[in-house]
Structure formats: C-alpha cells, structure tokens
Design a protein around this ligand. Structure first.
Ligand code: NAP
Length: 279
C-alpha cells in the first residue's frame, strides 16, 4: 500500500518524505510540477485544478493513506472535499491534515476541514501545530532584516514554537500507526514556551544586534498582512490565532493530555541559521 503526500515540496512535506523514505514506506508525491528529486515518484497535482485529482490513483492504484497540505486559502474545504470524496471511492482509508493549535473543529478555514473529516466517518488525524519555528526564517525574515523587528498580535502570550521537523515526525507517526488512537486532533508543540518578546530577545543575543517585537492589535495585524497581499479571510484567521495566543491558549494547551511535544529548540534553530538574518 502507498502513502500519497501532498505539499511534498513544502517545509513539512520534505521532512516527512525523508522519514517515510528511511522507513521504506512506499510513497507517491503529489506536486504541481509533476516531478520531484530522485528516487521519488511524483505525479502532477494542483488543488485548484480538479482535473488533476484522479491522477495519483491512475499512477498507483493502491493508495491507502493521504497526507494533506493545502495552499493558504480561506476556503480549503472547497478543494479538499471533492478530493477526499474521490479518494474514499478509490480505497483511501486514512487522511492526515495539518491545521493549527488555536483552531477547533468548526472554526474558520482549517477548522471547517477538521469538522468535515470528523463528521465524514473516515479514519483521520488533524495535527494541530503551533507557530512554526521556521517562520523566523521565512515569513518573519523580511521585517527582521529590514527593520530589526518582528510583528505579532500575540501580546505577552506565549507559544511553544515548533520545528517543521517535529511536525513531520507527528505526521509520520500518524501515517504509519497500525491502530488509530482515541485522540485524533493532537496539538503539536516544541519543547519550550516563549512570548514573542522573549523570542526576539533570544534572536538578538544570537545575532548580536537588537531585534524588537512590535505588538499590534488584531485589526492592525490583519491590515498589515492584507497590505502584503494576503487574502483578507486568511489574514483574519491568523489574527484570530494570535489573539488566542495573547489570551493564554498555548500555556493552557501545554497542560492538555495527548499533546505531541517535539525536541527541536528555537535557540538551536537561531544558532544553526544565523546567516538568514545577516543584513
Ligand atoms: N507556519 C506556521 O506557523 C503554521 C502553523 C500551524 C499550521 N500551519 C499550516 O501548515 C501548512 C503549511 O505547511 P508547510 O509550511 O510545509 O507549507 P509550505 O512550505 O508553505 O509549502 C506549501 C506546499 O503546498 C504546495 N502548494 C501550493 N499551492 C498548491 C496548489 N495549488 N496545489 C498543490 N500544491 C500546492 C506547495 O507546492 P509548490 O512547491 O508547487 O509551491 C508546497 O509543497 C498550512 O496548512 C498552514 O496553515 C502553519
């Protein structure tokens, strides 16, 4: 049986593929280009083009599990539902989706997918990671390098920044587990909680220059993301997540049973990737 991996060229996807390959799990990669590095087999797949949804099942008939990553759209269910419904008819038995620690089933965007999978009566996992550590090297990098500043709407609220390696490990565990656990929507966190002020201070110490944290209101934060081209509803979801952090959701989540705690620390990431923030 084969595991289909969407988002294969992305951060979590690449880390997941490494693990599945090492464990000798048969995999097929769904990519927009239809190709991937050797020795992996890939198929052309685009969430925005329903005509590509059949392609993975034409290439490999025995797909039984699917890892689901979607682009940043406010209505992921519009694309995901037809694909999942097709996949079920093709014999897929388990779906693993990536949502957010701050979203419950039924909440906006990923929460709608979570609700659908839970109601659909399939074997599913919705992994709910907190803020990715690697955001400092991607989404947060431009303002760090241009203005020595990182912005959020999380106030003094903490987040246990999680590495994409740890998210991939949680996904790997969910995909290869023989039996499904009772908890199907585990929160996935890193080893330690930090406020954004604390994270900026750690980065300052590593870089030897002052990085400040600009704390915005949810409205200002949404507007800032819209200004850089993000879809309004997606920006509102990110602001909603930030306001939950501001209200202590991550500190509360850290005490819940069944959370997945990763091992990769924020400090190690900063130290290993210092060059990303050289001006
Ligand atoms: N960043 C965070 O702090 C955070 C926290 C919690 C949850 N998440 C969730 O994590 C997920 C992102 O994971 P990631 O960081 O691994 O992703 P990523 O690095 O941003 O990569 C996105 C992947 O999606 C693919 N993709 C984009 N548009 C596509 C399309 N139209 N059809 C098919 N594939 C498409 C990309 O392929 P191409 O190479 O072709 O572009 C790429 O493989 C999101 O659902 C996000 O909500 C993120």
């Amino acid at each position: 049986m084969t595991i289909l991996v969407t988002g294969a060229t992305g951060r979590v996807g690449r880390c997941l593929i490494k693990r599945l390959h090492a464990a000798k799990q048969p995999i097929l990669l769904a990519t927009r280009s239809g190709s991937f590095d050797e020795p992996h087999k890939a198929v052309k797949f685009d969430w925005f083009d329903g005509k590509t949804y059949e392609a993975p099942f034409d290439v490999v008939s025995a797909i039984d599990k699917v890892f689901l990553i979607q682009p940043a759209v406010s209505d992921p269910l519009v694309y995901l539902k037809p694909f999942v419904e097709l996949a079920i008819t093709k014999g897929v038995k388990r779906f693993v989706y990536v949502s957010s620690s701050a979203l419950e089933a039924g909440d906006m965007v990923h929460g709608k997918v979570h609700e659908y999978l839970a109601r659909r009566g399939v074997d599913y996992y919705v992994l709910r990671p907190t803020t990715f550590t690697e955001n400092f090297g991607v989404a947060f990098r431009p303002t760090i390098n241009m203005f020595d500043s990182v912005f959020s709407a999380s106030g003094g609220g903490k987040s246990a920044f999680v590495s994409v390696e740890d998210v991939a490990q949680a996904a790997f565990t969910a995909l290869v587990a023989e039996k499904s656990p009772n908890l199907r929507d585990p929160i996935v966190v890193g080893p330690q909680l930090y406020s954004m002020d604390e994270a900026a201070e750690i980065l300052s110490n590593v870089l030897g220059r002052k990085i400040t944290h600009e704390d915005l209101s949810p409205e200002e934060y949404t507007q800032r993301l819209k200004n850089i081209g993000m879809e309004a509803k997606y920006a509102e979801m990110l602001a909603f997540i930030q306001s939950k952090y501001a209200n202590g959701s991550e500190e509360a989540a850290a005490k819940l049973p069944g959370i997945f705690v990763g091992t990769h620390s924020l400090v190690d990431y900063f130290q290993a990737n210092k060059d990303l923030w050289i001006k």
